[in-house]
Design a protein around this ligand. Structure first.
Ligand code: UT7
Length: 340
């Protein structure tokens, strides 16, 4: 087949001028609602105790949104802090992705509400629903926009008011969940700088549908708002196995060893799950950022809350390698590697 010299040379010319891009964290922010519900107060309404909750989950308290606060309110506050921390203006953003399972309404998306309240330009804005893995799915998507050259500054938010879908009479779930939001700004970075996202591995398997679900909601399958239903023991067992497997897989994908990981930032579901997965991975617990005690399981907000904590208290330093890990309803799960 005849190929003109121009066609043959074009890809080489393009490669010479086209920088490989990746997303680097430019700033972060978080917001927890004022109302703090401690274990002892919770034990006044259900048959449980502070000792049991602390020992079996590592949770001391969770935060509950006020009745006039919705996910978009929490998300906007976290987003404003992240944008300010990144040292940019909201008008510099060119994409907003919100990970949430508890949107204010079926539509419009929470992301469009945040876009309007921040005073952004009419940029792309959409929600992602992958429950507790939502932030991982969102940051992976944001990074792909950056890699493709389709966005330079992306606001990625995890925000939930899970308290609205918790059955407060069910001690198997009421002790675990809480409300909160956290956000990061991901900015385009020359991949050769050695900083930014290395990559992500996202997975899902719907065969686990019944182990963790809401028996209602905007899907209309049940004709009711619905509450979280969980077979806790089963989820626990699968979570430890799945999280250590996906962590090994992503390390192998990038030819890295667990000893090269400076920090693990896991989804904050249960301290015992976090400890067991870290042990299987061979990472000392001192190198895992754990914030569950103060806010419980905030679903899609939990990884960015821990990430923000690590960035703001100085544990996470430029150049360090961080692994994100999550598992949630579906099941959905995944892992990611980022150089701060
Ligand atoms: O973010 C999405 C992923 N979600 C998760 O990862 C959650 C996974 N699961 C868990 O975190 C744990 O399974 C729970 C914290 C939900 C439960 O802990 P467990 O160690 O699996 O407890 P269990 O269900 O096996 O129950 C042990 C005992 C039982 O009593 P008996 O039968 O031994 O007498 C329960 O009735 O603890 C009892 N129990 C409680 N006692 C006090 C169960 N829940 C409570 C409670 N307070 N809240």
């Amino acid at each position: 087949m005849y190929r003109s010299p121009i066609t043959r040379q074009a890809p080489f010319r393009l490669a010479a001028f086209h920088k490989m891009l990746t997303g680097r964290i430019l700033g972060s922010g978080a917001y927890l609602p004022e109302r703090r519900l401690g274990n002892q107060e919770l034990a006044l309404t259900i048959d449980t105790s502070d000792e049991w909750i602390q020992a079996r989950t590592g949770i001391a308290a969770r935060h509950i949104a006020a009745s006039d606060q919705n996910t978009s309110d929490l998300a906007t506050l976290a987003a404003m802090r992240a944008v300010s921390n990144a040292g940019i203006a909201a008008t510099d953003l060119d994409l907003i992705i919100v990970a949430t399972t508890t949107p204010d309404q079926t539509f419009p998306s929470v992301a469009t509400m945040v876009q309007h309240r921040l005073g952004c330009k009419p940029i792309g804005a959409f929600d992602i629903q992958a429950v507790c893995s939502g932030f991982l799915y969102a940051i992976a998507t944001a990074n792909n926009f950056i890699k493709a050259g389709a966005a330079k500054r992306v606001l990625v938010i995890g925000a939930e008011v899970f308290s609205r879908i918790v059955d407060w009479q069910d001690r198997g779930t009421a002790i675990l969940f809480g409300d909160g939001a956290a956000a990061i700004v991901l900015g385009a970075e020359d991949a050769e700088s050695g900083r930014g996202c290395l990559g992500f591995k996202l997975c899902a398997d719907g065969q686990f549908h019944d182990l963790l679900q809401v028996d209602g909601g905007p899907g209309f399958a049940h004709g009711q708002v619905g509450k979280v239903r969980m077979q806790g023991k089963e989820v626990f067992k699968h979570a430890v196995q799945i999280l250590s497997t996906v962590s090994d897989e992503i390390l192998a994908q990038y030819s890295l060893q667990s000893a090269q990981v400076d920090w693990v930032i896991p989804h904050q579901a249960n301290r015992r799950i976090i400890e067991a997965s870290a042990e299987k991975l061979g990472i000392p617990i001192e190198r895992v950022i754990i914030t569950i005690a103060e806010h419980g399981n905030t679903s899609a907000a939990s990884i960015p809350l821990a990430l923000h904590q690590g960035l703001s208290d100085g544990r996470l330093q430029p150049g360090q390698l961080v692994m994100l890990q999550a598992l949630g309803g579906g099941f959905t799960w995944g892992a990611g590697l980022i150089r701060i």
